[in-house]
Design a protein around this ligand. Structure first.
Ligand SMILES: [Zn+2]
Length: 257
C-alpha cells in the first residue's frame, strides 16, 4: 500500500486514503485508512451501480444538455442500449436539477399562470437576465402567488401581470403594473407593459412536454419544470454540460470530461 496525495474519503472524510487494487468492474479501487471502506471514482455519484461506460455517460450528458432535450427512448437508440437504460439515465440526470441554485429575479419581471397535466403552474421571467422560475401550485389564489413573488424577486422589482385577482394586493410588496388581457395583450398605457415573454416561455415548455417526452406524468411535473429551467436559465450549451459533469463527478474523478 502506497500513500498518495489523494482527496478525502467519500464515506467519512478521512484523509488517509490508499490505492487498493481494482474493483470488479476493473476500476481503480481506493481504501480509507480510517473507516476501512473501499470505494472507486464513481462512489457518491449517480454513476455508482451503473454498467454504462464513462464514454456513454459523457454522450448522455451532452445530449441531455441540448436545447431541446432528448427522450429516454431516443437516448437508448443513440447509445445502442435497451430502451429502459436511456430512461434511467435521463431520470438520474433530471434529479440533479434539484441542485441548481434558485434564481432571484430583478428588474422588470413578467408573471403568469397556466395549466400543465391538469395542474396549475406559476411562472415568472426577468426581462433583464432572461432567467425564469417555474413552480407547480395547487391554487392560483393570493395566498399562493404573493409569497412566491416575494420569494423569487428582489425588493425593487417591477412586476407585470394580467388583471387576475390573485395579484390584487401585490402593490403592497412590489411595484406592480397590469395588462387587461380581455382587451389587448399590450397595455393601453404603455407598450412596455405586457407578459409576452412569459407567454413565450409557455410556448416553449408545452411542446417540449408533449413532443420530446410525449406527455409527462403528473407526479413528475416539478422535476420536468426544473429541467426546463436548467436549459432556459443556463443559456450556453457548454455551461450546461459543465454543470452536469460537476454534479456527476466525485473528488476522485473531476477530470473525466
Ligand atoms: Zn473513510
Amino acid at each position: 500500500m502506497q500513500r498518495q496525495n489523494l482527496p478525502p474519503c467519500p464515506h467519512c472524510g478521512g484523509v488517509e486514503v490508499y490505492r487498493h487494487g481494482k474493483s470488479k468492474q476493473r476500476r481503480i479501487r481506493y481504501k480509507c485508512g480510517y473507516c476501512k471502506k473501499t470505494f472507486c471514482n464513481r462512489t457518491g455519484t449517480i454513476r455508482i451501480n451503473s454498467h454504462i461506460s464513462d464514454k456513454q455517460w459523457k454522450d448522455s450528458i451532452r445530449l441531455f444538455s441540448l436545447r431541446g432535450g432528448i427522450s429516454g427512448a431516443d437516448l437508448s437508440d443513440f447509445l445502442g442500449l435497451e430502451r429502459k437504460a436511456g430512461q434511467r439515465i435521463n431520470r438520474k440526470l433530471r434529479r440533479q436539477m434539484a441542485r441548481l441554485p434558485e434564481p432571484k429575479l430583478n428588474g422588470i419581471v413578467e408573471t403568469d399562470e397556466t395549466t400543465m397535466t391538469h395542474k396549475w403552474v406559476w411562472g415568472a421571467v426577468s426581462r433583464g437576465t432572461g432567467e425564469v422560475v417555474l413552480k407547480k401550485v395547487h391554487k392560483r389564489n393570493e395566498d399562493t402567488l404573493l409569497p412566491l413573488i416575494t420569494r423569487y424577486t428582489e425588493k425593487d422589482t417591477h412586476v407585470f401581470s394580467d388583471e387576475w385577482m390573485g395579484y390584487l394586493n401585490l402593490w403592497n410588496h412590489r411595484f406592480h403594473m397590469t395588462v387587461n388581457h380581455s382587451k389587448s395583450f399590450v397595455s393601453e398605457f404603455s407598450n412596455q407593459i405586457h407578459t409576452n415573454r412569459q407567454e413565450g416561455v409557455w410556448g416553449l415548455i408545452k411542446p417540449f412536454a408533449i413532443h420530446t417526452y410525449r406527455g409527462i406524468p403528473k407526479k413528475k411535473l416539478n422535476e420536468y419544470l426544473k429541467e426546463f429551467m436548467f436549459r432556459y436559465n443556463l443559456k450556453d450549451y457548454n455551461h450546461r454540460v459543465k454543470a452536469l459533469i460537476s454534479y456527476c463527478s466525485s473528488n476522485f474523478h473531476t477530470d473525466w470530461y
